[in-house]
Design a protein around this ligand. Structure first.
Ligand code: NAD
Length: 490
């Protein structure tokens, strides 16, 4: 039985790690993992089912009874070694990621490094988990709080950050004394499998981590399993909503991060060359397949014409192609299906009255790859489909606003509220924007306002269902339960 091989070119079986063993469930559903840049089959993924989930959860529970007794300073030791192993293998993990996901190698390696930062922060768990104390809350009575692990936690993750998003979850959960079951996206299973291999190589005791590959059946079994205490989900909004409801109905705590429709507002006083560079990174980086990708461009007042002239000139020149090749800035979408979906949105945008001033429908790249070039749709109406729905491709819809109020009203009319950025030289305009927009992560003159590991990460509205956000101190609160201890000695 092989786990995913590091030579990502070999067709390997991508195994699950259940009950302290690498296993490839046989005779059940399986699917090929395809390189979206050229259609090559990279691996076969056998799906686990509800019985596999039950075995994994029971083993994780058994392991938890011991792991929670291990002092936190000892629990973080494998994570320190894990960090070093990740750093040593950044390029290899990046190459696997690029092959199965399609993002450029440089972007993939940046993703892995972002993941390493999560591990670094989780290594601070001895300080992060500390409670409060106050002596003499009444005469001779002392009071303190402690944080305790909650049990078996599970994570369900999307295709677009197969290295980083699982690392938003299990380093924090494990360091806090929980055991963890990860169910990665079935579209990109090789990267998270390689990362779990490194975690095991770092010396994490068997059972503390379980890796269960599969689709909806696995997710449904996780949401209903009585031994799972907490669910962390990252993916599209419709699935996030289902996960939130189902997990809560089964008495679990849940954080469910959903989709996005992110607005980039450009004020007339913005620094145009800097702003255009930031917009390009935001809208077309990772072929627009980021939950923080700019998707609606909102030029305010008379900035529209000069902004769009420069943007379109640069967007047309962006190198699209094999994401392993140096210099390429836009790789393929994750799959042929995703390409069809994105092309469908562009068609719909044009049918609803928009003008494709940069048209990525025909692009000079390998026809067997899922390529769509940078696309800018001008004169989009605020009610149009491409103005309201998440496209998840390199497509920017332009909606002009007459002033800052108009722009803020447009942003706040969205069903989503993940991230937004304003480009301006005016501190007053930026401050007002930051204060009034109903969005979880707000940037000023940023390309991608991605909070780092020690800050919380989540949107508002349909971009997030739950209370405690991902990583940062919120992750510590999410993966622990507080207890208040009051003491009086005679
Ligand atoms: P997805 O919702 O299709 O899948 C996410 C996970 O849910 C996968 O593990 C998948 O197996 C599982 N799943 C899919 N359909 C299911 C169903 N019907 N029942 C139960 N489980 C199901 O998302 P995706 O296409 O893999 O990822 C892209 C989406 O994730 C985008 O919407 C993007 O905005 C979002 N995303 C959000 C954030 C954030 O921080 N808010 C970060 C990354 C990605």
């Amino acid at each position: 039985m092989s786990t995913v091989v590091s030579e990502a070119k070999d067709v390997a079986v991508t195994s699950s790690y259940i009950g302290g063993r690498w296993v490839a469930p046989e005779g059940k559903t399986s699917q090929p993992i395809v390189n979206p840049a050229n259609g090559e089959t990279l691996a076969i993924l056998p799906y686990s089912n509800a019985a596999d989930v039950d075995r994994a959860v029971k083993d994780a529970h058994r392991a938890w009874l011991e792991w929670r007794e291990v002092p936190v300073v000892d629990r973080v030791q494998p994570l320190y070694r894990f960090k070093t192993l990740l750093e040593k293998n950044v390029r290899e993990i990046g190459a696997i990621l690029t092959r199965e996901n399609g993002k450029t190698l440089e972007d993939a390696m940046t993703e892995v490094k972002r993941g390493v930062q999560m591990v670094e922060v989780a290594c601070g768990m001895p300080s992060l988990m500390m409670g409060d104390s106050l002596n003499d809350v009444a005469k001779g009575i002392d009071c303190r709080t402690i944080r305790q692990p909650i049990g078996v936690c599970a994570g369900i993750t999307p295709f677009n950050f197969p290295a980083m998003v699982p690392l938003w979850m299990y380093p924090f959960a494990i360091a806090a004394g929980n055991t963890f079951l990860i169910k990665p996206s079935e579209r990109v299973p090789m990267t998270p499998t390689r990362v779990v291999e490194l975690l095991l190589e770092a010396g994490l005791p068997a059972g503390v981590i379980q890796l269960v590959h599969g689709g909806r059946e696995v997710v449904e079994a996780l949401l209903a399993h009585p031994l799972i205490k907490a669910i962390s989900f990252v993916g599209s909004s419709p699935v996030a909503k289902i996960v939130y409801k189902e997990a809560a109905a089964h008495g679990k705590r849940v954080q469910a991060l959903g989709g996005a429709k992110n607005h980039l507002v450009v004020m007339p006083d913005a620094d145009l060359p800097q702003t255009v560079d930031a917009i390009m990174g935001s809208a077309f980086g990772a072929a627009g397949q980021r939950c923080l990708a700019g998707s609606v461009l909102v030029p305010v007042g008379d900035v529209a014409e000069p902004l769009l002239d420069l943007l379109v000139k640069k967007a047309k020149a962006l190198p699209v192609g094999d994401p392993l090749e140096v210099g390429i800035q836009v790789g393929p979408l994750v799959s042929e299906d995703q390409k069809k979906r994105v092309l469908g949105y562009i068609e719909k945008g044009v049918a609803e009255g928009a003008k494709a001033i940069c048209d990525g429908r025909s692009v000079d790249a390998d026809p067997s790859g899922a390529f769509v070039g940078p696309t800018v749709l001008d004169h989009v109406q605020p009610t149009a489909t491409v103005a309201r729905e998440e496209i998840f491709g390199p497509v920017l819809s332009v909606i002009r606003a007459k002033d800052l109020d108009d722009a803020i009203n447009l942003v706040n009319s969205s069903d989503f509220g993940n991230t937004t950025t304003i480009y301006t030289k005016s501190g007053k305009a930026a401050r007002e924007y930051q204060s009034r927009v109903e969005v979880g992560m707000v940037g000023v003159n940023m390309a991608v306002a991605a909070p780092m590991a020690f800050f919380p990460f989540a949107g508002w509205k349909n971009s997030f269902f739950g209370d405690l956000h991902a990583h940062g101190k919120d992750a510590v609160a999410f993966y622990t339960e507080q207890k208040v201890l009051m003491t009086r000695w005679f």
